[in-house]
Design a protein around this ligand. Sequence first.
Ligand code: HEC
Ligand code: HEC
Ligand code: HEC
Length: 210
Amino acid sequence: MYLRKIRFLFNWVCIFAEIFLVYGLAYGGVHDIADINKRQEQHKKLERKNAEFIKKIKEKIGSRIAKLGIPKPWVSPPKIKTAELPLALQFFPKDSFGYPDWAAAARKNLINPREYIFNPKEAEEEDKEYDKDIIFKLNDDVMPDVLFSHKTHNFWLSCKNCHPSIFIDKKGGNNFDMFDIWRGKYCGRCHGKVSFMPKGIDNCRRCHSK
Ligand code: HEC
Ligand code: HEC
Ligand code: HEC
């Protein structure tokens, strides 16, 4: 008699457990699929936005790029695989093309180059703190304005790296355009060589960020 009651109860417990299990799996599955769909939708939206952006850029400057023989800047730089980077850089934050993002590494305190590059005392004498942000106003319907941060640059560089040989230290005192940068002058003295390239839409947005 007791045995039958226990078996009866046990059966019910099993049925409930199964219902929970099946429901849990099904619900979890649906949830995952909804999540993937949402991410795919966001990705597609971004791709559409980028395609639209590239189209406008080409219309605007495509013919001048061709005439000057500058490599097409809207083509992304070749992606780097983490395994191709030197071991010390494999754990670094990366930009969207897989290259080490030095500025992000500095922000996260993973590196502190000033102390290594300079004798800090000498640095103090030579390079006083100078944090002024410079905005290059473009008034352009496609490209946002450019933010040049002294703070980010002075973290690595001495004033003398830029002033006066690359830039006169006066706002608006340097007459240059994007084509000069692509030909390796002004910002292009470093960007495209020791720092990220002026190539690929995500990189455009790193400078054209305002
Ligand atoms: C990576 C390059 C770079 C470095 C390094 C750099 N600057 Fe500049 N600096 C610029 C640029 C670009 C401008 C804006 C020039 C323009 O508008 O044409 C500028 C402008 C200036 C101006 C003029 C600001 C104004 O409102 O007129 C001063 C002053 C100045 N820098 C001082 C310094 C000092 C001091 C240091 C070092 C602590 C320094 N800069 C390091 C690139 C640099
Ligand atoms: C003397 C070399 C040099 C010159 C000239 C130079 N940069 Fe840089 N720039 C660097 C270095 C080094 C970094 C930090 C490393 C990196 O991010 O690759 C950097 C980083 C940056 C960043 C990333 C900042 C961040 O927080 O992610 C931007 C944006 C930038 N530079 C814009 C400019 C612009 C605009 C100009 C010209 C007006 C310019 N740079 C000229 C060397 C230079
Ligand atoms: C290293 C920083 C940097 C990067 C990366 C960069 N730009 Fe620029 N760009 C500038 C600066 C600074 C100016 C403003 C120059 C001036 O005063 O006219 C500018 C100006 C422009 C202009 C205005 C027209 C002109 O001749 O100056 C266009 C268009 C432009 N950039 C397109 C692009 C595109 C497209 C990309 C990406 C493929 C890109 N830029 C990447 C710094 C950058």
